[in-house]
Design a protein around this ligand. Structure first.
Ligand code: C6P
Length: 406
């Protein structure tokens, strides 16, 4: 069946609403996507019919909820093609997944004089946890340089990789630039020196199929809420051998095997890393979002978003005083720009008055803004339900902005 965003839009109740007396135009999908009716229904169904704590009770509801939760893990295992079901760890999101690895991996493997390699285009969630880990273990954080078009300097990367490097952590897709990084190549190069690689997939999983075995990444992190699922849930994929070597991160709940005051033994994967009552409802909502993505077709979504990106770039190029931030050939559904003579915050505020939601500012990637010597960007980020007509509305809004600032 062909892809029709207008039909798809009907599945998203929020898209019908008005903001400031205008039909909402939602272009802040990299921050979070809207949720289709089936995801909302799944959350309600869970709380109305299935709500129970899992892995604990012998009663009917508890075993039903446990089964549903563990089935969701299998759905996600197959979705990202993990070799083992227990390599899928549920977290609160990408940020928590990275923090888990930064803490636990570093505790086991990082010591004074070692190096962690990140890139110049990381989100703060893939910078700060590594800074904290390096500080704790007297290690050094090194940064793969970026080029003016917003792509990584791969020669620079190879030069930085050495025997002291204990881990490489890079984003699959930049949230501020839209750049799709050559992660497979990065992983292959790092592995030649036996260095494991963590991929921040927060901005990749809503737009492309991810096969962790094909990538051969050691860790892959993503968030449910950026891929049409609920907030507060995400995934850490990790290779079994590494996860087994790493110490537990938080204590309590299902992560124990036995507890006494003198000694506690830990549970096996994946439970070793899932302390406390899990977020069952949102895990089920995320599973439903994945079924939605599969049903809609990631290939069709990607093709549609590519068309939107091409269209908006052509239109924006016709505007005065515009500067694109991030011009990689391989790019996702993000377009960042700035008017040289207008602060991005002013642009965003006027667009908001017109019912158009874009994100302005540093997008939690301040080093990128420093690199380009700008206060921030105006970021338009697309999802499957966006249309060219909405881009036309945005372009009218941007003309209003230009008229107001002369
Ligand atoms: N970026 C944006 O507007 P959480 O908050 O844990 O779901 O995701 C954090 C995160 C990590 N990596 C990348 C590449 C991201 O884009 C994000 C979230 C949002 O760009 C909110 S700052």
């Amino acid at each position: 069946m062909s892809f029709d965003p207008e039909i798809l839009r009907k599945q998203f109740p929020i898209l019908k609403r008005e903001v400031n007396n205008r039909s909402l135009v939602y272009f802040d999908n990299a921050a979070t996507t809207q949720k289709p009716r089936i995801v909302l229904d799944r959350l309600i169904r869970y709380y109305e019919n299935e709500n129970s704590n899992i892995h604990r009770g012998a009663h009917f509801l508890s075993s039903q909820a446990t089964e549903a939760y563990e089935q969701a893990r299998k759905t996600i295992q197959h979705y990202i093609n993990a070799r083992h079901y227990h390599e899928v760890i549920f977290t609160r999101g990408t940020t928590e997944a990275i923090n888990l690895v930064a803490d636990s991996f570093s505790q086991k493997f990082l010591k004074g004089g070692d190096e962690i390699l990140i890139s110049a285009m990381e989100h703060h969630a893939n910078i700060v946890p590594w800074q904290m880990a390096c500080e704790r273990h007297q290690a050094t954080l090194k940064v793969i340089p970026m080029k003016p078009d917003g792509t990584l300097d791969m020669d620079g990367f190879e030069k930085l990789l050495n025997q002291r490097t204990k881990l490489v952590a890079v984003t699959h897709v930049s949230n501020a630039l839209g750049t799709i990084n050559p992660v497979k190549e990065i992983i292959k190069t790092a592995h030649l020196q036996n260095v494991p690689v963590l991929i921040d997939g927060a901005q990749a999983t809503p737009h492309m199929a991810v096969d962790v075995q094909d990538l051969d990444c050691d860790f892959y992190c993503f968030s449910g809420h950026k891929m049409y699922g609920p907030m507060g849930v995400g995934v850490l994929y990790g290779k079994e051998a590494l996860l087994n070597e790493m110490p537990p991160w938080q204590g309590g709940g299902e992560m124990i095997s036995s507890v006494s005051f003198s000694k506690t033994t830990y549970n096996d994967l994946p439970f070793k890393f899932e302390a406390g009552t899990p977020n069952v409802a949102d895990v089920l909502g995320m599973e439903t979002a994945i079924l939605f993505l599969q049903e809609t077709g990631l290939g069709k979504i990607a093709a549609h978003e590519k068309e939107l990106v091409g269209y908006i770039i052509d239109r924006l190029k016709q505007m005065d005083n515009i500067r694109f931030i991030g011009e990689a050939r391989e790019r996702s559904a993000v377009v960042s720009f700035i008017f040289n003579d207008i602060h991005p915050y002013d642009t965003g505020t006027i667009l908001d008055k017109l019912g158009i939601a874009v994100r302005t500012g540093h997008h939690c990637a301040q080093p990128i803004m420093t690199y380009f010597n700008i206060p921030g960007t105006v970021r338009v980020s697309f999802a499957a339900y966006n249309t060219k007509e909405e881009i036309d509305v945005l372009m009218n809004g941007l003309s209003t902005v230009r008229d107001m600032f002369g």
